[in-house]
Design a protein around this ligand. Structure first.
Ligand SMILES: [Cu+2]
Length: 112
């Protein structure tokens, strides 16, 4: 191998590493807490592919259910005090997040 081909091989290797690392680096995570029988904050805007980390600071159990524009609920399960749950939002649209145990708890997630 000549010196020139060594340099070329190194450059190709770096390109591949960057290309595979980028999607994960670009996805962001937003935190929504469940506190005082409310989602805090109760409205967020994220990018498609981002995730939301739901936490529960209340001393009792909540639920995380995501309702899409078509009205179909997707129950992400119960969340006991101190637990957290990561929910990904791969599709664009406006989603409602509700707690089925406390009907007044509602948040809006706009995915652009
Ligand atoms: Cu609740």
């Amino acid at each position: 191998m000549t010196r020139k081909s060594h340099i070329l091989a190194g450059a190709v290797g770096i390109t591949i590493v960057l290309a595979t690392a980028m999607p994960a680096a670009m996805a962001a995570q937003t935190v929504i807490d469940q506190k005082g029988l409310k989602f805090v904050p109760n409205a967020v805007t994220i990018n498609a592919g981002d995730t939301i980390l739901f936490t529960n600071s209340d001393p009792f159990t909540h639920d995380v259910t995501v309702v899409g524009a078509n009205g179909a609920p997707s129950d992400k399960g119960l969340e006991h005090h101190g637990e957290s749950k990561v929910v990904s939002f791969p599709d664009k649209g406006t989603f409602s997040v509700i707690c089925t145990m406390h009907p007044n708890m509602k948040a809006t997630v706009t995915v652009k």
